[in-house]
Design a protein around this ligand. Structure first.
Ligand code: FES
Ligand code: FE2
Length: 359
């Protein structure tokens, strides 16, 4: 395992961006404890339905809000009151903005320092995402878009499947530019490939034949994938009418959690239950592809500086793009101006979409 500083990513240990922190179904009227970005946080669903994520430790005497379930909760019989949460030790109550809004034995004004950090969270696609920004600024890009999720005619994931915990998320991100592992590790025959960088979005476009059960190469499939920020990857499998989300969230500096889920268009004439089975099959096969990578990621040494050959994919350029999130925003333009146009690998045909797969 190696840290962001050892990878020389920039000034911050955790990159700016949106990250998955829970499935929406996991967050209810009980504290749900998480640990990401080297910190402990507690999530809960307020009475209004909104999801709240607060730093977990009470400013009064340091109690973890979600780890003393045997407190008598004598004030309100619950830790949650409206959209606020009470500390299990002395029942100070904190609102969704993180400010203490009630101390049961204190009549005077509540000191401004009686507050914890409230994280910006968004519930989307059955997933709770949080905005992490070392500079504490508002988001400058959105969560990756999956407009088909929950729409009629599509079978959607209910939430993310936790695949594994791994080393630094850059090792997962490198996959986006690693064209040469596709044939060998995943059994495909790549026929066209390119990467492109566009502000906070990175694209990988690929046409590849997949090896069939009989060992022969089958039809060419087109995959449009990429990252939106450092925490969320998307994949669109055009001929399959399926999409995948992959989320990587830093746990501590040098470790990360990997999740995945898939959705697909309901094939014409197929009953919804059967379509869900087919979606499950797609999702499992995408996940099993990722698990092949996972075996490598879980046991490899950190690639602090990949020994890049001309025939490899553009690791260096991709890492440059990735580094924008680990530095102050004032450096973004300078970082991105080092990347221009489309990149592929020496000896690799450029990507040309199959006519029937063009969007
Ligand atoms: S430690 Fe939280 S109210 Fe006292
Ligand atoms: Fe891979």
């Amino acid at each position: 395992m190696a840290t962001s500083a050892e990878y020389r990513l920039g000034e911050y240990p955790f990159g700016r961006g949106w990250y998955a922190v829970a499935n929406a179904a996991e967050v209810g009227r009980e504290p749900f404890n998480v640990h990401y970005f080297g910190q402990d946080m507690v999530l809960y669903r307020g009475e209004s339905g909104r999801v709240v994520m607060l730093d977990a430790y009470c400013p009064h005497m340091g109690t973890h809000f979600g780890k003393a379930p045997h407190s008598s909760t004598s004030v309100s019989e619950t830790f949650l009151e409206g959209d606020s949460i009470r500390c299990p030790f002395h029942a100070w109550r904190f609102g969704p903005d993180g400010a203490c809004n009630h101390i049961p034995y204190h009549d005077g004004p509540i000191p401004p320092a009686a507050r914890v950090r409230s994280w910006r969270v968004e519930e989307r696609y059955g997933i709770v995402f949080c905005w992490h920004d070392p500079e504490g600024l508002e988001p400058d890009f959105d969560i990756a878009d999956f407009p088909e999720w929950g729409q009629l005619g599509w079978v959607s994931w209910a939430g993310l499947e936790h695949l594994c915990d791994l080393q630094h998320p850059i090792e997962i991100f490198d996959n986006m530019s690693d064209v040469r592992h596709l044939d060998h590790l995943h059994g495909t025959r790549v026929k066209g490939y390119e990467n492109e960088y566009d502000g906070p979005v990175m694209h990988q476009r690929e046409a590849a034949a997949i090896v069939e059960d009989n060992g022969q190469f089958g039809d060419t499939l087109t995959t449009l994938s990429g990252y939106v920020g450092p925490g969320i990857a998307f994949g669109h499998f055009l001929e399959l009418n399926a999409k995948e989300i992959i989320c990587a969230t830093p746990i501590d500096d040098g470790t990360s959690r990997l999740w995945q889920a898939a959705l697909m268009k309901v094939p014409a004439g197929m009953a919804p239950e059967q379509a869900e089975q087919v979606r499950r099959g797609f999702s499992d096969s995408f996940a099993s592809g990722l698990k092949r990578d996972g075996e490598v990621w879980a046991t490899k040494k950190p690639a602090l500086v990949p020994m890049q050959m001309p025939g490899d994919g553009p690791f260096r350029q991709s890492r440059t793009w990735y580094s924008q999130f680990f530095n102050p925003r004032t450096k973004t333009a300078e970082i991105l101006c080092r990347l221009r146009g489309i990149y592929t690998a020496k000896g690799m045909p450029p990507f040309t979409p199959m006519p029937e797969a063009a969007e």
